[in-house]
Design a binder for this molecule. Structure first.
Ligand code: GLY
Ligand code: MN
Ligand code: MN
Length: 360
């Protein structure tokens, strides 16, 4: 469980990082970053941080909730939050402000420039996202619970599986199970795709009836106490032909190679390379059309990306997915995805679900 001490110490880390960039104050506008640094979970918030103060701006809907959740100095704004924050910048005599250049709307940015004309603005991309990459023990425990919960939900839902069910029926069954098991909700729109639709990496479930002797791809995640999980399993409904079974074997070997390559000090690109190399051996690397994985935490997609050109070195405590896949429009697709924690000597696979091809 996160405490006010953890929010305070995260802000201290940010302040130290800003000191290096000679920036005395920072305006946080991305809600997951506001949550990470203040504990506030509402849908409208901004945070102004200096070495002495942490001011949380929100609106009257949250006047009770915000002080309960956050140790910051809560300011209930009557004006738009940016304008309210700008008036505090003047009171605090700030002349230089760091801001989240990738996570501010054009309207907010314009309003900031107009309302705080005496303050020089310095865009600092990914300042907080970089801090969020390495998770605390508490965060890892929460993600572990989210991963476990979504694996159980999938297992329970599959017990109710019957061919001729629609993709939407099965997705709804999984999401219902997740809620019953204590999830806040799904961490992204559940993907259930069958037959050739498995070749769409981010397929939306349809009213298509799941047929026999086809692939069935399920990509599912739960949100637990704000933290995401993410897993994919591809199943056989009835018998699969040799082409599809070979696709499955290629992806499984590729995913196991990615797990094997994952450890502290290794670059994300080399983990991606390990997964791609196996698929090349099967002549299927051209069918692997996305990156090998991504960090996850308060958001489903976080830094680092496990991708070809990502030089970031893995650190113990990072939580990432490993999810190679192959997609052939004429045949279908296979993806296998686990959530893992990077350790000094390797990684711990959090996803408890087996990976041998399951025939439904
Ligand atoms: N569930 C989306 C993804 O695997 O990235
Ligand atoms: Mn996924
Ligand atoms: Mn994923």
């Amino acid at each position: 469980m996160e405490t006010h001490t953890s929010f305070f110490s995260r802000r201290q880390h940010l302040i130290s990082a800003l000191r290096g960039a000679r920036v005395p104050a920072f305006l946080v506008t991305a809600l997951p970053n506001v949550r990470y640094l203040s504990g506030f979970t509402g849908s409208n918030g901004a945070l102004l941080i200096t070495s002495e103060r942490a001011l949380l701006f929100t609106d009257p809907r949250y006047q009770t909730q915000a002080p309960q959740e956050s140790d910051c100095d809560v300011k209930i704004a009557k004006l738009p939050l940016i304008k309210e924050a700008a008036s505090w910048m003047k009171r605090l005599r700030l002349n230089l402000l760091g801001f989240e250049e990738k996570r501010i709307s054009f309207e907010e940015y314009t309003s900031l420039k107009e309302s705080a004309p005496g303050v020089r603005l310095k865009g600092l991309p990914d300042a907080i996202e970089r801090l969020r990459m390495v998770k605390s023990m508490e965060e890892i425990a929460t993600i572990r619970a989210a991963v476990r919960l979504n694996s159980i939900a999938l297992e329970q839902a599959l017990r109710h599986f019957r061919p001729s069910m629609t993709e939407i029926d099965l997705a709804a069954e999984i999401e219902y199970r997740m809620r019953r098991l204590g999830a806040d909700g799904p961490s992204f729109e559940t993907i259930v795709a069958s037959g050739k639709r498995t070749a769409l990496p981010h397929a939306r479930p349809t009213d298509h009836h799941i047929q026999a002797d086809q692939l069935l791809l399920i990509d599912v995640g739960a949100n637990v106490a704000g933290y995401a999980s993410d897993m994919t399993r591809t199943h056989a409904v009835g018998k699969l032909d040799s082409k599809r079974r070979r696709m499955y074997r290629a992806v499984l070997e590729s995913q196991l190679a990615a797990i094997e390559a994952t450890k502290e000090g290794v670059s994300c690109a080399s983990v991606d390379g390990a997964a791609r190399r196996v698929l090349r051996g099967f002549g299927m690397d051209n069918l692997f059309i996305h990156s090998t994985g991504h960090g996850l935490g308060l958001e489903i997609h976080e830094h680092p990306r496990i991708a070809r050109r990502e030089k970031t070195k893995l650190q113990a405590g990072m939580v990432i997915t490993l999810e190679p896949g192959v997609y052939d429009e004429a045949v279908g697709g296979v993806r296998i995805e686990d959530t893992v924690v990077v350790t000094q000597n390797g990684c711990e696979v959090l996803t408890p679900t087996g990976k041998e091809l399951i025939v439904l």
